[in-house]
Design a binder for this molecule. Sequence first.
Ligand code: MRU
Length: 366
Amino acid sequence: MNHQPSDHELQSDLQPVSWEDGKVKLIDQTLIPDEFVTLEFDDYKDVVHAICTMQVRGAPAIGVTAALGIALAAQTIDAPDSEQFMHQLEPIAEEFRQTRPTAVNLFWAIDRMLRIAREYAHLPIIELRATLVDEALDILQDDIRINRQLGMNGANLLKDGDTVLTHCNAGALATAGYGTALGVIRAAVEQGKRIKVIADETRPRLQGMKLTAWELQQSGIPVTIITDNMAGYVMHQGMVNCVVVGADRIAANGDTANKVGTYGVAVLAKAHGIPFYVAAPMSTVDLSIPDGKHIIIEERCPTEVTHIGEIRIAPKGVPVLNPAFDVTPAEYIAGIITERGVLRPPYTESLIQPNTHHQSPTIQED
Ligand code: MRU
């Protein structure tokens, strides 16, 4: 299906991932901004492929997509008993696990789906299938609700007239809706603040230029694109008040993996005395790893670097590095904006605070 975005889709309730008539629907993010195409899948293998090829991308969005993909697969599993059912479901979950290694939301969502499948395995198969769809839809709805909450928490950090620099796309497209870093910006705008955004283009896949700039333009939020190597220039010129980025995995000490280039932006922000914030749901926090050294960084195809579209721009035969993410050490992060509030250093303490909105020395909401 190929069409222009409708008014509904142009709002901040843009939903990159959905479930309709027993199918998984995804906005093909590899085609934005030139085309707006919604894909429909009735075979889970195509959903696996869509994650690998980044037709859907962004940590929360791939988690939600994997959950819906597992629910989709469950509709076609025919098994005489729960043991046989799980025997067929587990390898499918494993296929989703193999898609992309860095964003922990993916593994979090897959584990949640498997837990529910085991818990309700005693149900008649028809009910078990329905339960898995309900669970995936809960994950989707929760993500939007959480993003709105963290957006409100983070909006208090922005002042009327601020310019925010962001890297990659942590918007509605990267989540089930509303966005994390862009959710903070949306919430500040909804509070009546005039916020401008500077979007790094984000080589090599250009999520900042293609997705963030498009999303903000559709929402009427002023955005200016820069190439990644201009971040130092705009900071030095005093054009940036604050940096807000998303996250793919946050270790127990606050070290944060996000799109490659984020680390450089954080170092520049510190050098210029500009606060650098990470906005992410608690499902992006991985307390099982003590620090960022334990985060697996996805290495993607060299042609993403050597080619723009179909055109090769690099000399043939030169070795290429293409890590998709880097890790920003916690010491560069002024705060982690979550649905629980704005968590402050030391993150080893604030990340394990109970799930409340109580004020504490390490949790700050304004
Ligand atoms: O490779 P991508 O496009 O999936 O990388 C996405 C990012 O790095 C985002 O900043 C991150 O997932 C946060 S999305 C709310």
